[in-house]
Design a binder for this molecule. Structure first.
Ligand SMILES: [Zn+2]
Length: 253
């Protein structure tokens, strides 16, 4: 199974990264996408991907770090990327953490969408309490010539349907398994089966029944199991479809 979004480049794995990776690939996980969130974590993601066969990576600056964003620096990383680069991300808008720099966030988001279009790469979007503006921004680029996935989707089903019209895909993390996540569960239950896939966002958002532990990409199976149950499906059947969705999206064989 694929974990389509994790941060093996996070400090929380610094001490035992190789052990974590070995454990992941001996647990039935066959591919992992390591996501950048600023310049340095993007560089690190590229290093991890270049030295591990089944790890791919993304380059991007998260809205929380928009003050450190330099278009030239990020484009330089894209131009000098290794073959395992599969997307630009995570990029987007986060008004939960900070609403005061809204315009700077939008500018940074748009700049990176332009880079993605220029280099023909899909984008991984982080959107928190900023759905209206995210939709506005994406509509400015419509019709979208690149793939767009809303990772860790936590918006409403109604909003998801608006995004579907633009061809957007969705990915779900361990947050769908939380007791207070009825909203996310409703979305995961009702989205068209070809429009979503799974991720862990490790080391964060550890799914039930492992809450309280550091998350690992191998827990992506728990996320799939939970959603399969919601949809009344066999988990392996579901994973077969969602893995193919992820492979198509990121153009991974
Ligand atoms: Zn993430």
């Amino acid at each position: 199974m694929i974990d389509s979004h994790c941060h093996l480049n996070d400090k929380m794995y610094e001490q035992d990264l190789e052990e974590v990776i070995a454990d992941v690939f001996s647990s039935g996980i066959d591919k992992v996408i390591c996501v950048g969130a600023d310049y340095f974590s993007s560089v690190k993601a590229g290093e991890i991907a270049s030295t591990h066969e089944n790890i791919y990576y993304t380059i991007g600056v998260h809205p929380d770090d928009c003050n450190s964003y330099s278009e030239a620096e990020i484009e330089d990383l894209i131009i000098n990327a290794n073959k395992k680069l599969v997307a630009i991300g995570e990029i987007g808008l986060d008004y939960f953490h900070n609403r005061d720099n809204r315009f700077k966030q939008i500018e940074t988001f748009e700049s990176q969408i332009n880079l993605a279009i220029k280099h023909n790469l899909p984008i991984v979007v982080h959107c928190r309490e900023a759905y209206g503006d995210c939709l506005e921004v994406l509509k400015r680029f419509a019709p979208l010539k690149i793939g767009v996935v809303f990772h860790c989707y936590s918006g409403s089903l109604e909003f998801a349907r608006e995004l579907l019209k633009l061809g957007v895909k969705f990915s779900f993390t361990g947050s769908v398994t939380f007791n207070n996540a009825k909203n996310i569960q409703e979305v995961a239950k009702n989205l068209p089966i070809n429009s979503f896939f799974f991720e862990t966002d490790s080391p964060y958002l550890t799914p039930t029944p492992h809450r309280g532990e550091r998350n690992t990409p191998k827990n992506v199976f728990e996320v799939a199991k939970f959603v399969a149950n919601l949809r009344g499906m066999d988990v392996n059947e579901l994973i077969k479809i969602t893995d193919q969705n992820a492979k198509n999206f990121f153009k991974i064989k």
